[in-house]
Design a protein around this ligand. Structure first.
Ligand code: LLP
Length: 419
């Protein structure tokens, strides 16, 4: 459920006509609905009512400061994978004590930064990282709170690029390796075991893979408690719950929560959740304008002013995003590719799509673009990264300015030997 709806054939974001925002800020731009963000956050968190839980929103899905500060105000924590995300999270007012840090390639400077800030827990992805953490914590006179990210070898049945819990993936430590890892952690003087973690993938549309992964983690917790006397306070179940882009039918947060709570029955573990897409995905759209129409011999094209550098998901994962007219007109439908201005045939937002027969100058809304949209944008072809706007009720605010040509060359210089 989101707050992008037609009123008299015109698309509104909450109480603001999308066209009015386009007129004010130009195109393309990302547009986020405050009501939808807040609603999704609450629905997700409320699904776990009665549980001792911390919702650590997964920053990578959308790191705009406005979004992070909204979730911060709502009591959320943060799941980060870089020093940059830590920096943003702290700037948004999220206390370090609510931040968990995953990722296979944490650098020393990032580890030091997180140790100094005093984050809740490092989700450690290799034995080498565990040893380094111990060493850095020792040097800084700190203790590193850790969980091992366990790779439970469960098939999340999603796109291969976003499956993370299979043996062949680079993520986490396999179950046997984790037993050894926890035994080692116990002997390290500057490491404190705080929990156990997994994250098996993204855009998962069934509950079973989550359950299977958790069963394996709970068995491991029990084994380590009994055999090695290791105490666990937290279980971090990662993110990954899918959303509806087109015809998917993912579990609702309530069903997802039931699956997780069931799998944790009988344990006294505190729950950490790392949802990203399910909170922000359908709370954002990308608004773009038709530049030209073109009819080739084989295909018809709707050429718009947003490209794969602005929203890479269709090109990278062949992902489906709905495309809708911002102002509906009474016309026949057309089957076309919606393509951007970039010099690659992979530059499309929709392929062979039956859609409204939009004319040049008209606006298109690319739906479900709140997650992994702007954050994955680039300056490819020296295109300016677009503006981001947030709507609340009948107000809107530019939460990130469109870049300028000067921004494009910030930090670049011509070496003296070329002058
Ligand atoms: N926790 C960890 C450790 C993760 O790696 C991820 C996502 C999440 C949580 C949040 O997952 P979510 O709830 O959003 O599914 N760019 C891809 C998605 C990559 C997901 C990476 N990890 C896409 O556009 O589909």
């Amino acid at each position: 459920m989101h707050h992008f709806e037609y009123r008299n054939a015109e698309l509104y974001a909450e109480d603001v006509p999308v066209k009015a925002i386009a007129d004010a800020v130009g195109t393309p731009f990302y547009l986020y609905s405050h009501a939808t963000l807040a609603r999704h956050f609450n629905e997700f968190s409320d699904a776990f009512r009665g549980m001792d839980r911390l919702v650590c929103y997964s920053a990578k899905a959308n790191t705009n400061l406005a979004i992070l500060s909204l979730f911060s105000k709502m009591g959320g924590g943060l799941d980060i994978v870089s020093g940059g995300e830590l920096y943003r999270g702290l700037a948004a007012g999220i206390p370090a004590s609510r931040i968990v840090y995953s990722g296979v390639g944490k650098r020393i400077d990032e580890i030091d930064y997180a140790l100094k800030e005093g984050i809740l827990m490092f989700n450690v992805e290799s034995i080498e990282e565990l040893r380094l953490l111990n060493e850095r914590a020792g040097t800084l006179g700190k203790t590193a709170p850790i969980a091992l990210r366990v790779n439970p070898d469960v098939d999340p049945k999603t796109h291969p690029y976003i499956s993370t819990g299979l043996e062949k993936n680079k993520f986490g430590i396999d179950v046997e390796g984790a037993v050894e890892g926890y035994r080692l952690a116990k002997t390290l003087s500057h490491v404190q075991v705080r929990g156990i973690d997994c994250h098996i993938g993204s855009q998962i549309t069934e509950a079973t893979p989550f359950q299977d992964a958790l069963k394996s983690l709970v068995a491991l917790v029990e084994k380590l408690r009994d055999a090695a006397g290791i105490d666990f306070e937290y279980i971090d179940v990662g993110g990954g719950l899918g959303i509806i882009y087109g015809d998917e039918s993912p579990p609702l947060p309530e069903e997802y929560a039931r699956a997780i709570v069931d799998a944790l029955k009988g344990t006294s573990l505190k729950l950490i959740l790392e949802p990203g897409r399910v909170i922000v995905g359908n709370a954002g759209i990308l608004v773009t304008r038709v530049l030209y129409r073109k009819k080739g011999k084989a295909k018809e094209f709707v050429i718009v002013d947003a490209g794969m550098n602005d929203l890479i998901r269709p090109s990278l994962y062949h992902a489906y995003h709905g495309v809708q007219p911002v102002v509906k007109a009474r016309r026949n439908k057309v089957t076309a590719d919606v393509v951007g201005p970039i010099c690659e045939s992979g530059d499309f937002l929709a392929a062979d799509r039956e859609m409204a027969d939009l004319k040049s100058g008209e606006l298109v809304a690319v739906m479900s673009a709140g997650a992994y949209g702007f954050v994955m944008a680039s300056n490819y072809c020296s295109r300016l990264r677009v503006a981001e706007v947030m709507v609340k009720g009948d107000r809107f605010h530019v939460v990130r300015e469109r870049e300028t040509y000067a921004d494009l060359m910030r930090g670049e210089s011509i070496p003296p030997f070329l002058t």
